[in-house]
Design a protein around this ligand. Structure first.
Ligand SMILES: [Zn+2]
Length: 301
C-alpha cells in the first residue's frame, strides 16, 4: 500500500495487477512499449504520408485553380470581345439601306490609332471621350465609355426648342423623336437587330454600344426615323435652317462612305453655330471637318 502511494496514481492499479498476477509482466510490458513505439512510428509514417499526399493535393488544387482562372479569363475575354462585337448602338432603326460591309470592321484588331487622325486639329481625350477642336466626336472609330451618361445636353436642348419655336412660326412642327440614349439602351437596341438579322446587318442599321452619338446627349432624331421623312416640308426646313441654331444634318446624303451611316434626314447633331454654319456651307460632314475616320476597324477598343 505504501508502494502504491509512492507511485504516481496513473501507474497504480494496472501495474500492481501485472506485477502480482503475471510473472511475464515486465516482458509483456516492454513488448507493449515496443508495440506502442511501433504504433507511434507507424503513425508518424502515416502522418508523413498524409502530409505529403496533402501537399500533392494542395499543389494540384492550386494548379487547377490557376489554370482554371486562366481559361476563365480567356473565356471572359472572348465573351467581352463577343459582347463588343455585338455591342453597337445604332442609331436609327429605320436606316437600313447602308450596304458598307462591316464584317471586316468587326475584327477588333485595328492598329490604326485614332489619335493619329485629325492632323492639324486640337485633339483632347478626357475620361475616354475624344474632343477635336472642342467637338465631342462619336462615330464608328470614336466611342464613349459605358459609364458616360450625361442625359440630353441642356445647351443642345435649348437650341432645339429655339429652333422648334421659329419653325412653328413658319408653320413647321418639329419635336424630338429620340434624344439621349444610354449605353445600355443602345446595347439592347443593337442586340435586338443582331438577333433578328445577324451582326453584319445590325451594323448597317445600328450603332454598337458606345458608338452611338445619341449617348453623347448632343443629337436628336427629329419627328421620326422613317425614310418617309425625306423631302417633307419639315425635313426641308430642318436642313435649310438647323445650322443657324448650331445643328448639322449629321449623316448627309452622299457621305455614307465617310460617316459610315445611311443618309438620315432626321438626325441632327449639335456642334455650335459657328461650326454648324461652316460645315453646312462647305457641304461636308463632321468627319471631313475634323479629318477623322468612322470605321470600327480603327476603333481602339
Ligand atoms: Zn439618330
Amino acid at each position: 500500500m505504501d508502494n502504491n502511494k509512492d507511485k504516481p496514481s496513473f501507474f497504480s492499479d494496472s501495474d500492481d495487477y501485472n506485477l502480482k498476477s503475471e510473472p511475464e509482466a515486465p516482458l509483456s510490458y516492454s513488448v507493449r512499449r515496443r508495440t506502442a513505439q511501433q504504433i507511434r512510428r507507424d503513425r508518424m509514417q502515416a502522418y508523413a504520408v498524409m502530409i505529403i499526399f496533402g501537399l500533392i493535393v494542395i499543389a494540384a488544387v492550386i494548379y487547377f485553380v490557376a489554370s482554371g482562372n486562366d481559361s476563365g479569363e480567356q473565356a471572359a475575354d472572348s465573351q467581352s470581345s463577343a459582347a463588343s462585337q455585338v455591342e453597337s448602338a445604332a442609331d436609327d432603326p429605320a436606316s437600313s439601306t447602308e450596304t458598307q460591309s462591316s464584317a471586316e470592321a468587326d475584327s477588333s484588331s485595328g492598329d490604326t490609332s485614332p489619335i493619329s487622325e485629325a492632323q492639324g486639329h486640337e485633339v483632347e481625350v478626357i475620361d475616354g471621350r475624344t474632343y477635336i477642336d472642342g467637338i465631342l466626336i462619336v462615330n464608328k472609330t470614336y466611342s464613349l465609355p459605358q459609364s458616360y451618361a450625361p442625359g440630353l445636353d441642356s445647351v443642345a436642348e435649348d437650341a432645339f426648342y429655339d429652333m422648334a419655336a421659329d419653325a412653328y412660326g413658319d408653320g413647321i412642327v418639329l419635336y424630338i423623336c429620340s434624344g439621349y440614349r444610354s449605353y445600355e439602351e443602345q446595347e439592347q437596341l443593337y442586340n435586338n437587330y443582331a438577333t433578328e438579322r445577324g451582326v453584319e446587318k445590325a451594323d448597317e442599321v445600328s450603332s454598337r454600344p458606345g458608338h452611338s452619338e445619341h449617348q453623347s446627349g448632343l443629337c436628336m432624331d427629329v419627328n421620326t426615323t422613317e425614310f418617309s421623312f425625306e423631302g417633307t416640308p419639315e425635313a426641308i426646313w430642318l436642313e435649310e435652317n438647323c445650322a443657324d441654331y448650331g445643328f448639322i444634318i449629321r449623316f448627309p446624303e452622299g457621305k455614307e462612305d465617310i460617316t459610315g451611316y445611311t443618309y438620315e434626314p432626321w438626325h441632327i447633331r449639335y456642334v455650335g453655330v459657328e461650326a454648324a454654319k461652316e460645315i453646312t456651307s462647305q457641304g461636308i460632314c463632321l468627319e471631313e471637318y475634323l479629318d477623322v475616320s468612322s470605321d470600327y476597324a480603327n476603333a481602339q477598343q
